[in-house]
Design a protein around this ligand. Structure first.
Ligand code: HEM
Length: 352
């Protein structure tokens, strides 16, 4: 019987994680400049602040969320999961890297890194249940050289054996287009520890992010319109997101080990993300952004990633980021706040 906040590691998971990592390595396009294996199309990295609320409920005052009122500079990278043309449906990512976060982190080689990452995507559930299924999913992507691994979902002649839940999630993601990276909600899809609890993260755009050019939403969508909209918006206007946790209250209905299940339950706001007006596309900013390595495992132990998909990501992200940096001849280590601010200066930032 599963318990609240607890993981259950299946037998042979380590072999499945290694297999996913090997496939990720094989399908990476290795011609320099080497891009990320997933979410390779970025719309830009922008500077913001991640501020914990003054009134976080006591039970949630853990780790970062226990530092009431404190704020950290954050580098936010917006991306597509796989498509090059923004008018095609896809999952869209928002990756946050907080700078100046003290305390030992989970990853042994980066335990002194001053960063903490949150990775969220604009869909609440993930179309693959665990590491073992991910091997099938990626093997099909490798075999067909396509981003539509149909036979992962439709596994033979018997529809009773098809992966229907996964198929609906994948279709919903494939049909998802957005009018701006600043106008959509984002979810962590997979859980994280909050002390001895399990939580998922949700980032909700403020209503004022929508103000402005109504006609743009109906107009022609160019290949790179998400970057264009971001540029246009941040030229003169700020944006913000409320950051929530959704606490696991039922270990069966809100499983840690199956991210195809949407958790039901109240969301409690713990922080706010503010993004001041800015420009973000200088060559130095683009280079800094491209070289960054985000992983849910850049985390304080109180916020440790949970569940099989997150355990898989631990090895995959590290391996792929290392290969990418090596082939691009970049000596990488997690940047300090000073290095970030040298490239993304703080002038004009609100609420500093
Ligand atoms: C086993 C499942 C998964 C695998 C194998 C995987 C793999 C990857 C890889 C290889 C990268 C590029 C890393 C780099 O080159 O630095 C990446 C980036 C990313 N992944 Fe995943 N991923 C998985 C699940 C997820 C989930 C559940 C989310 C949900 C939030 C997610 C969100 C992201 C985002 C937002 C990025 C872009 C980060 C950036 O902007 O640099 N991934 N993923």
């Amino acid at each position: 019987m599963p318990q609240l906040g607890q993981e259950h590691i299946p037998a042979n998971e380590a072999a499945a994680i290694q297999a996913v990592t090997d496939i990720s390595d094989r399908i990476l396009k290795k011609q320099p400049p080497v891009k990320r294996g997933e979410h390779s199309k970025g719309h830009g990295c922008v500077r913001g602040r991640f501020q914990v609320l003054e009134d976080v409920p006591e039970a949630l005052q853990v780790g970062l969320f226990g530092q009431l009122g404190r704020s950290w500079p954050v580098c936010i990278r917006y991306s597509n999961f796989s498509v090059k043309h923004d008018a095609q449906g896809d999952a869209h990512g928002m990756a946050l890297k907080l700078f100046g976060v003290s305390g030992e982190k989970v990853l042994e080689p980066e335990k002194d890194a001053p960063t903490h990452d949150f990775l969220v995507v604009d869909h609440p559930v993930f179309p693959v249940r665990n590491a073992k299924d991910y091997v099938d999913f990626f093997a099909e992507i490798e075999r067909t050289k396509s981003r539509n691994p149909v036979h992962f979902f439709i596994t033979g002649w018997n529809p009773l054996r098809w992966r229907w839940t996964e198929l609906w999630i994948a279709l919903a993601i494939r049909l998802r287009t957005i009018s701006s990276p600043l106008e959509t909600p984002y979810w962590s899809m997979v859980p994280y520890a909050l002390g001895d609890k399990a939580v998922k993260y949700v980032a909700m755009p403020h209503r004022h992010n929508w103000e402005g050019d109504f006609w743009r939403r109906l107009g022609f969508r160019s290949r790179d319109y998400l970057r264009e909209v971001l540029r246009e918006h941040l030229k003169s206007r700020p944006a913000s997101f409320d950051f929530y946790v959704q606490v696991q209250t039922d270990p069966v209905k809100m499983p840690v080990e199956d991210p195809t299940v949407r958790w039901q339950g109240p969301m409690i706001q713990v922080a706010v993300i503010t993004i001041p007006p800015q420009t973000f596309e200088s060559p130095a900013q683009a280079e800094f952004c491209e070289n960054l390595s985000y992983t849910p495992w850049h985390a304080l132990p109180e916020h440790r990633p949970l569940g099989g998909i997150n355990r898989t990501r631990r090895l995959v992200y590290d391996t792929i980021a290392n290969i990418r940096h090596e082939l691009n001849q970049v000596t990488y280590q997690e940047p300090t706040v000073e290095e970030f601010e040298a490239v993304f200066p703080a002038e004009g930032e609100l609420g500093r």
